[in-house]
Design a binder for this molecule. Sequence first.
Ligand SMILES: [Zn+2]
Length: 503
Amino acid sequence: MTLHLYNTLSRSVEPFRPLQPGRVSMYTCGPTVYNYAHIGNFRTFLFEDLLRRWLEASGYDVFHIMNLTDVDDRTIAAARAKGVTLRAHVDPFARAFEEDRDWLRIRPPHEQPRATEYIGSMIELIQGLLDKGVAYRGDDGSVYFAIARFPAYGRLSRLDRRELKAGASERVSTDEYAKEDARDFVLWKAAKEEDEAVGAAWDAPFGRGRPGWHIECSAMALELIRRRLGTDVLDIHAGGVDLIFPHHEDEIAQSCAYTGRTEFARVWLHGEFLNIRGEKMSKRFGNITTARDLRQDGVDPGAIRLLVFQAHYRQKLDLTDEGLASAAEGSRRLGEFRRRLFAARSGADAPEFMELAEKLDREVAEALDDDLNAPRAVAALFAFVAAGNAALDAGRAPGPGAIAAWERVDGVLSVASDIQAIKITSADAAGDGRHQDLTESPPSDPADGAQRGWATGWAARRKKAKADRDFAEADRIRERLKSAGWEVRDGRDGSVEVVRLAR
Ligand SMILES: [Zn+2]
């Protein structure tokens, strides 16, 4: 079996064949940096990360572009509300996005164009559309795309052509609108005073203004693949399901009308939503969860990846406390197994491990080739861990084959917790922590040594409390450590281990 993907264009699972053998160009719509990206946005970015990693693991040379939307209705409104320039408002959120992305182990794209740095390409594209008569300048000074001049409009979102409203009196000038409002959409918005106030206006032959949101992705994608690959058709374009209409529909219309090609991207992939405890994430419900909220709560990034990959990307996913807790437990089991596997590695694989490694590779490839069936790949990984633990218990040694299979699969899913276990040595335990100056909360100094000293200090105090039969105090300390992301484990031989659950 080769890689098969569900193409939103055809509404079917198709064998994947890139334009140039061995090379894949992939454009994924990036965040609008008016605020912190929430966990629903990151669910989409995680599915795209899995796609990218699996393509690379399958031997493709991938060229991945992910933009940052740093000028649109929302960024301008947010900058105005704060009374700062657009640039001053978006820069910290752009940096925060990169931090969150790295924390979630999402591979950075090869190109991360910012819309404001590609205004020239956008002007060129819009001018081309005006020259072809597919776009027109409205009486409000803005430039619109005439959907009546592009017969394929509606193909991606399967809009009924009878419902399309074309013409000067039926236009939409906002970046976001619903399917019922399918009509001529804006390419270039004539500059308003509020745009000028935040520095979001540029000169163009068709009047001073700023780009509409949809034109941004078309211009950046076309510019970068032309420059890098000498083509104007993408192999893959991906995003969340909410982008199918109007964003991706409009991207296709603008790009194809401009290039004269029948396709802008050959395969369109869309990831489903993430709900929070059964509700759609929204300002109204006040349940918007960001990646940094989870990080501050001490959640392990491996646990978030595991939770996301336990659902297929085309299924809705509900984020619940129980789901997150069980993913954290699963991620930790994987992290512990990795430690055990690597500690036991030897020069040659025992036959059991040869077999297990072959099975893991085969099952994961079958699962991911089948439209990125991550839940099945994750199940294969857990089966490997269960059988691997049994083989280790029986004294069998893993060799290069088992280690390589683990690394290949872990390199694609990256769902194992990055736990650190610290055994309290007899030297640490010699003191009972009483003389150590221990704060109730962990030190603000993020240095490993400071955190470790704090955790081992409390663990030593807990050991003393137990020895004094003060079990209430021992339990209190256990809870204190737990809430700071550490777990105390008592060994049968009287040793104590403090394990860091999240970093
Ligand atoms: Zn886009």
